[in-house]
Design a protein around this ligand. Structure first.
Ligand code: PDD
Length: 288
């Protein structure tokens, strides 16, 4: 049994209860973060904190804690769950919903206390640094049907859930999304990178995609390692004809993709640029 955090208290996850009148439950009215930690060290803590604060500001929820307080909760969750998750690969989920109202009414009251929830869960071990150990992914491709504010890490994830489920139903790991212009935005729970003739591309940030913390750390890491990376739109045809495709997220780090919509990417194997990229990512991730 893991230990969770709810409104100032640490308690067994099964004992953490909220009201059904919580606006997070009724409307998905909340903001969340997932922060990876390995043997107690978080990756991208500052990036997660600024995105949390930006998201809360964007939807007018007061951030209940400052960064040192969030850091203390994170450390305590990792510490209290060390035995339950002995691998030390621990993801920490933070969720701030607008809080519990007395009625169901779309407009939000300005004077309710946010509900703050955190829990710890096991994530995959760090990506291996040799090609034979990598577990490459296969993905589906779909038109992005989500809302116009995908840069906000909202707990209203039904659009993402439906896209992800479509991939699972097709027997693959994820679903990559393209917008009305046929340009790749992101995947349902990851950002997307491609490699063509040695050049690394990832979609530029706008309202159509989440500013991934892993994406930002990866861009910095690649630049430091001398890899050329450009933030520019690429089409689904460019994706399908890329030499390599990668997904980034807090739980996947930089993950190689070998098949999109049933078509092999490049030679259908984990690529050489990925190998350089994952070395660069590991060398930089705890300094980000
Ligand atoms: N997903 N895009 C979307 C839509 C995401 O949900 C995520 C993260 C990312 C990558 O962001 P980051 O690198 O900051 O994890 C991109 C998290 C892990 C989740 O919902 O579980």
């Amino acid at each position: 049994m893991t230990i969770a955090f709810l409104n100032g208290e640490f308690l067994p996850l099964s004992e953490a209860k909220i009201s059904p009148m919580d606006r997070g439950f009724l409307f998905g009215d909340g903001i969340y973060e997932v922060i990876p930690t390995y043997n107690g060290s978080p990756v991208g803590f500052n990036g997660h904190m600024s995105r949390l604060s930006n998201g809360l500001n964007a939807v007018e929820i007061t951030n209940p804690f400052d960064a040192p307080m969030w850091n203390d909760i994170l450390s305590q969750l990792v510490e209290k769950n060390r035995q339950a998750i002995p691998s030390g690969n621990i993801g920490v989920y933070f969720h701030v919903s607008r809080g519990t109202d007395v009625k169901r009414f779309h407009a939000y009251p300005k004077d309710i206390a946010p509900t703050v929830f955190g829990f710890a869960f096991e994530i995959a071990p760090p990506q291996p640094t040799d090609k034979s150990q990598a577990k490459p992914l296969k993905v589906a491709l779909q038109q992005d049907k989500r809302w116009q504010r995908c840069h906000i890490k909202s707990t209203s994830l039904l659009g993402n859930v439906m896209h992800f489920q479509a991939g699972v139903d097709a027997g693959v790991n994820e679903t990559i999304l393209f917008n009305n212009d046929g340009m790749i935005t992101e995947a349902s729970s990851c950002n997307v990178f491609i490699v063509k003739e040695g050049a690394i591309l990832t979609s530029p940030l706008n309202h159509e995609l989440l500013p991934g913390v892993t994406r930002a750390i990866a861009i910095e890491a690649f630049k430091q390692a001398g890899l050329v990376v450009t933030e520019a739109w690429f089409s689904k045809d460019e994706l399908l004809n890329a030499d390599e495709v990668w997904l980034t997220s807090s739980s996947k780090e930089v993950a190689p993709v070998i098949e999109v919509d049933g078509k092999p990417i490049g030679d259908g194997k984990v690529g050489d640029v990925w190998l350089k990229a994952i070395h660069a990512y590991h060398a930089h991730k705890f300094n980000a």
